[in-house]
Design a binder for this molecule. Sequence first.
Ligand code: DC
Length: 243
Amino acid sequence: MAVTSFREGTAILLFLGVSKPLTIAIDGWSSCGKSTLARQLAQKLGYLYVDSGAMYRAITLYLMRKGVELSDLEAVERCLPRIQLDFTYNPDRGASDMILNGENVESQIRDLEVAARVSVVAAIPKVREIAVARQQALGKAGGVVMDGRDIGSVVFPEAELKIFMTASPEVRAQRRLKELLVKHPHVTLEEVRENLAQRDHIDSTRAVSPLIQCPDARVLDNSNLSMEEQLELASSWIRAICY
Ligand code: DC
């Protein structure tokens, strides 16, 4: 179905007063291609795309730069009021860049050093409280595609469409390695596997809003799907909701 069909569909429903723009929650394991799908869907629907993981990464970067010991929860909490997070649309990427206290940190938050620490920071309750409040404010009008770990379970439990993304650990490690090699030519597959396994473990076992598969989420295993195929599958779920 063409792009305009989605938009027309949503517009007609809005006109009839039966629906507001959809909220689409995409959760799943690290390096499953959640952000790729979320960005494509947002573009297709003319919706806002929010990469919630970028917020946890930016908070991690701030704490690293300040030399804060991540196990010192009081020190972490003292820093939080000084962290201002914003997004700015980058037309070259077709997505928003993360702005930390006025500085564009989109590139830095993808570094290995941040990736190695972000799960620990994302497990801190006060950090989650602040990030979740911001995410809910960004998506309160609907018309949003947000990806993360707790979007369907905590941030938008009423989301019209919840997708739980997964792929085999080997496929995920290979994809992540390919991304990382651009900036880190010496990184090995073994390092990437370890980082993914460690993040998965922390993300799914932490006390506050761990990664779970919501009972009402549709599972998208893209181990053997192309980007086009996964977009088509998700699009068919949206069509089923809209019509
Ligand atoms: O999606 P990502 O890899 O950029 O996420 C970075 C980290 O933040 C990852 O360890 C999981 C965590 N995260 C989270 O706990 N909740 C979210 N909604 C998004 C990300």
